[in-house]
Ligand binder design. Structure first.
Ligand SMILES: Nc1ncnc2c1ncn2[C@@H]1O[C@H](COP(=O)(O)OP(=O)(O)OP(=O)(O)O)[C@@H](O)[C@H]1O
Ligand SMILES: [Mg+2]
Length: 397
């Protein structure tokens, strides 16, 4: 039976907004070998909308990035536009409730191509809709980013300050906290972590302190806030030079309160139960995705340390291509007696990384119910190591 505690983690939220989700039509290949999810996921209707809070407002802005930032440079390439770093110009600071002079920010530019999103955004900025007005899926990233901060997860997440929209160019600008550092995909590629740990340059304790505990604090916190990230991968975690700790970015695929089925698969969608064309699985449930986030986090962590994909994840991806469950794939390919299937963490150096091994063991359970149970057990023993604020619901106090 699914553990009661994790159920609470997944669904607890004292805010009454009905969930909206975003237009999940992203189509880019993902780190763990994503494939297009052509299983017959039904669309959720446009009724799938929600109320927004005051600070979810999007501000009309008729200029482009050059008028938003001075002394800007490109930080990264996103799916829908570039991400910049720079100083907000005085006009922007005047329009903002949050920005200060000389405060370096990151700006994520997003080209809005969907006609109904454009229509909504046009209405939103020109008619200054109030918080009681309905919001379409496009606003999910904004809602998620606002909500994580309201729930006290701000230390482990890049904060969102303001959102501007240009109705002429149909470009949206998310003005965010700049994290001076590297995303973990760069760390993963450039640093042979295993080697450094074995040479004694980096200890497991360092990794736990700087990366794993802060990221897990953020993940548990967002789950408690009623948000599933759903795009868990090294590119979406930043290691800050200032604080020396990792933070989450990119809530573009997240869901708030309730979820929609995804048309395109991504990392959390490669959790065995989600990847399989399992018609009985309710993908609109937040619980489904918070549990899938745990699997994706385990896969990230395995790869981060080992430098290669978690072996079961490779099987999940192959099974998905054949539209069968991983168990069926294993049976059809006579893999049931193999070491990979019976003991998938056998290659992982448990003695050198006992803490990480425990987390992998908890998050990489194939059965999502068992995963929730093992995860709860881990959490119960390690809550004190996570940086969770007392504003969280009593389940964690
Ligand atoms: N707040 C930030 N501070 C510093 N760098 C950032 C910040 N946000 C994003 N970046 C950089 O820009 C890259 C792309 O940003 P992000 O992941 O938010 O966009 P995206 O990849 O388009 O989103 P998606 O994965 O939804 O397509 C990141 O991998 C990171 O290197
Ligand atoms: Mg990203």
């Amino acid at each position: 039976m699914e553990s009661e505690q994790y159920k609470s983690v997944a669904v607890s939220d004292d805010e009454s907004a009905e969930g909206a989700d975003q237009d999940e039509t992203k189509n880019k290949s993902e780190q763990y070998g994503a494939v297009s999810d052509d299983e017959a996921d039904d669309d959720v209707s446009v009724e799938d909308v929600a109320k927004v809070e005051d600070d979810d407002a999007i501000t009309d802005f008729s200029e482009d990035i050059d008028s938003i930032l001075v002394r800007k440079n490109v930080l990264g390439q996103g799916a829908y536009g570039l991400v910049y770093k720079g100083l907000p110009n005085p006009e922007i600071i005047e329009k903002s409730k949050h920005l200060k002079l000389n405060q370096v920010v990151a700006v994520k530019e997003q080209f809005i191509s969907d006609e109904s999103d454009r229509k909504y955004l046009f209405q939103h900025v020109t008619q200054q809709l109030t918080p009681t007005d309905l919001v379409p899926p496009i606003a999910t990233e904004i809602r998620a980013l606002r909500k994580v901060v309201r729930h006290g997860c701000g230390d482990n997440v890049a904060k969102l300050y303001d959102v501007f929209y240009n109705v002429n160019t149909t470009k949206m600008y998310y003005i965010m906290e700049f994290i001076d550092g590297l995303d973990l995909s760069v760390v993963e590629k450039t640093l042979n972590l295993l080697r450094h740990i074995r040479l004694g340059n980096i200890t497991e304790t360092d990794i736990m302190k700087h990366m794993v505990y802060p990221l897990l604090s953020g993940l548990v916190c967002m789950h408690l806030a009623g948000i599933a990230h759903r795009d868990i991968k090294a590119d979406n975690m930043m290691l800050s030079r200032d604080t020396g700790t990792a933070k989450w970015i990119d809530f573009g695929l997240s869901c708030v309160d309730t979820c929609r089925k995804l048309k395109t698969i991504h990392n959390s969608g490669n959790a065995p139960e989600v990847a399989w064309a399992n018609k009985n699985l309710d993908k609109t449930k937040l619980n489904t995705w918070t549990t899938a986030d745990l699997w994706a986090f385990g896969c990230f962590l395995y790869r981060f340390i080992m430098g290669n994909t978690y072996p079961i994840q490779e099987l999940v991806i192959k099974a998905k291509r054949e539209k069968i469950s991983v168990e069926q794939y294993v049976e059809q390919n006579a893999l049931a007696a193999t070491e990979v299937w019976l003991n998938p963490l056998s290659a992982f150096p448990k003695n050198e990384f006992p803490l990480i091994h425990d987390i992998l063991n908890a998050t990489l359970q194939i059965d999502p119910t068992k995963r929730a149970e093992t995860w709860n057990a881990w959490l119960e023993q390690n809550m004190d190591k996570l940086d969770l604020t007392p504003t969280l619901p009593p389940v964690y106090q």
